[in-house]
Design a binder for this molecule. Structure first.
Ligand code: SF4
Length: 353
């Protein structure tokens, strides 16, 4: 963890990277320090200066603080919670690769993030810095040797915390592999450290191979003017932007918060893609809704939001079995050719094939 903290401090010297920093910034009271030290032993603390500036220390209901400031609740681990909740490890043939589906792989060249989200599903893995050059080469060789791989998803960690020079090397290497048709980058950087989206970084990403960017954003309050400008810089340069959000208890688990978030994303030219049900990562039960509650909330979005603003509510099956849509089913078969269809107001209609 110490190495990870040093890397974050080197990359963003103003960041809050320790329980003592949180105390000095007035983001935790002194009597919480011991519990926060315990929580940060598993998942380090990191809050960018940009995000710290958005937190209201006087509010106990701040949607930003709840995502990034550790709490004693993280020390409550439930029996059903897992160290590898979505089963990355059994699908990792070499370091830095997760190969769960035949046509796509996850490439994780960096495990450092500019912020550490307290609900992170990779909380046991993130914080360990960069993949070594030789491990990165082995991971790239794996992609080169598996011609069935059509899409490479750069994740981590946050790939956009890497220097433009290292990103260039990785994107160049992927661009040269004929069977890799699409590169996808999962990142939180445009909303947590928007100044990092510079022309130099954008140049590092632009290649012949299409690069899709999936922005992790959970609350409309994250989309302040600086974040919107960073997103615009990417969209204006031709990168398709999608979003992924996590359904988080007490942060966005109500129709109003999700409606505001999805509309603000679309206004920023980001297409809502996935709304993830909370994974069973250790010490995160205070963030998880039940599936029934999640389905009920998501079903209200059909009448509130246009199709453009609809995310797909997804469950990652614990153990590494992949993702499935988790929303309510609007169609129910009554026999081989008859269906009951439920509309957005909850009214039912018969449909005959
Ligand atoms: S940015 Fe992603 S990988 Fe990093 S802590 Fe947040 S959820 Fe985890």
């Amino acid at each position: 963890m110490k190495a990870a903290r040093n890397l974050v401090q080197m990359l963003q010297p103003q960041a809050i990277t320790s329980p003592d920093d949180l105390l000095r910034a007035g983001l935790i009271p002194p009597d919480h320090l011991g519990a926060v030290v315990e929580a940060s032993a598993t998942l380090p603390v990191s809050i960018t200066a940009h995000i710290a500036g958005m937190i209201d220390p006087a509010s106990s209901n701040d949607a930003i603080a709840k995502q990034f400031v550790p709490s004693a609740l993280e020390n409550n681990r439930q029996a059903e919670e897992l160290t590898d909740p979505i089963g990355d490890i059994p699908h990792s043939p070499v370091a830095g690769i997760v190969h769960r589906y035949p046509d796509r792989v996850l490439l994780t060249p960096v495990l450092t993030c500019p912020v550490y989200c307290r609900f992170c599903f990779r909380r046991e893995a993130v914080g360990d810095g960069l993949l070594t050059a030789s491990k990165l080469n082995t991971a790239l060789d794996y992609i080169r040797n598996h011609t069935e791989i059509w899409e490479v998803i750069l994740s981590g960690g946050d790939p956009l915390i890497m220097s433009p020079r290292r990103l260039t090397q990785i994107i160049d290497a992927l661009d040269e592999i004929d069977h890799v048709a699409v590169i996808r980058i999962h990142t939180r950087v445009p909303v947590v450290d928007p100044e990092r989206i510079t022309e130099t970084l954008i140049t590092a990403l632009k290649r012949t191979t299409p690069v899709f960017i999936v922005l992790h954003c959970n609350h409309a309050d994250e989309l302040v003017a600086e974040a919107e400008k960073a997103i615009s810089r990417l969209v204006d340069k031709g990168f398709p932007l999608l979003s992924q959000s996590v359904l988080l208890k007490g942060i966005n688990d109500d129709p109003e918060s999700l409606t505001a978030l999805m509309k603000k994303l679309v206004r920023s030219r980001v297409k809502p893609y996935y709304l993830h049900h909370g994974d069973k990562a250790q010490g995160t039960s205070h963030f998880r809704t039940t599936l029934a509650a999640g389905r009920a909330i998501v079903s209200t979005l059909r009448g509130r939001l246009s199709g453009l603003c609809q995310p797909t509510y997804m469950l990652d099956i614990p153990g590494g079995h992949g993702k499935v849509p988790a929303a309510d089913d609007y169609l129910r078969a009554t026999d081989d050719s008859n269906w009951i269809v439920t509309d957005w107001q909850g009214n039912t209609h018969k449909y005959h094939d």
